[in-house]
Design a binder for this molecule. Structure first.
Ligand code: BLA
Length: 238
């Protein structure tokens, strides 16, 4: 269901950047499960390039029962561009959740003006999948922008509305990268590094997917996947 979206991202990345494949810890790159009611596979890819210190994406294919496309792009520490976050989920026909955001590293006015305000026009073009939903797992004021795509919707909406919105957000992200590169200042590097690390810790500790990974692949695998791959700058909770 979301494979064309993953493919599109992959093509955009390979077209624009000189990607170098990054190793994924043993056992985490790919896994299959026959534990649940339906068989499922999970597969992940990881790259880096000059502009991005880490580009990762994951696909869970559990047939009609679950389809998930999840990705985070972490820019280089020399640049304070938000992270690009994508979480497209589908559990059967009934539960479809779409999230895509430029996840801000800082919340001061200048920063929001530079990287988040430009999203408004894009968001306003896609009202059908930018619903004002409450977050249950995360704090919307931390690492999320006010112009995120966030919808609980149906397969038909995904089919009709998601691709144009997805392309619009991606295009804006590539544009903002140019702005960010132009005034990267090395003095800010430490601050950016710390923000990436805080994001990983925050995300790993709260990830609502932890139960899903455990049910398919076991608790131990789930913890390793979260702390050694998805959010590998986070420390496991004691
Ligand atoms: C919600 N994301 C969810 C949920 C799951 C996942 C199972 C809960 C759905 C529900 O029952 O309401 C799944 N999260 C995953 C998977 C991975 C993961 C499979 O990290 C990894 C492979 N989540 C992200 C990123 C964003 C994100 C990058 O990983 C940013 C765009 C957002 N996911 C996000 C939000 C919700 C969500 C905002 C709703 C959570 C809430 O209501 O608080």
């Amino acid at each position: 269901m979301y494979k064309p979206f993953m493919k599109f991202l992959e093509e955009e990345l390979f077209r624009q950047f000189d990607l170098e494949r990054q190793p994924i810890p043993p056992g985490l790159e790919q896994q299959s499960s026959t534990r649940g009611k339906h068989p499922a596979t999970i597969q992940s890819w990881c790259y880096k390039c000059e502009e991005f210190r880490k580009v990762r994406y994951t696909y869970i294919d559990g047939g009609a029962a679950s389809q998930v496309f999840n990705s985070v792009i972490y820019p280089s520490y020399d640049c304070d561009l938000p992270l690009l976050g994508i979480d497209f989920l589908s559990f059967g026909k009934k539960k479809i959740i779409i999230v895509m955001d430029f996840q801000p590293l800082f919340r001061d006015e200048d920063y929001l003006q530079k990287y988040i305000e430009p999203m408004k026009a894009v968001r306003d073009r896609h009202p059908g999948i930018a619903q004002n939903l409450e977050m249950k797992f995360y704090d919307a004021n931390q690492y999320f922008s006010k112009y995120l795509l966030f919808a609980k919707t149906d397969a038909e909406t995904v089919e009709n509305l998601l691709l144009p919105a997805y392309r619009d957000y991606l295009n804006l992200y590539w544009q903002l990268l140019e702005t960010a590169k132009a005034d990267a200042s090395p003095g800010k590097r430490e601050r950016v590094m710390r923000a990436h690390q805080d994001y990983d810790q925050y995300s790993a500790d709260r990830d609502p997917a932890s139960g899903l990974f455990s049910s398919y692949f076991g608790h131990e695998w789930s913890e390793r996947f979260l702390y050694e791959f998805l959010f590998d700058h986070a420390k496991p909770l004691a």
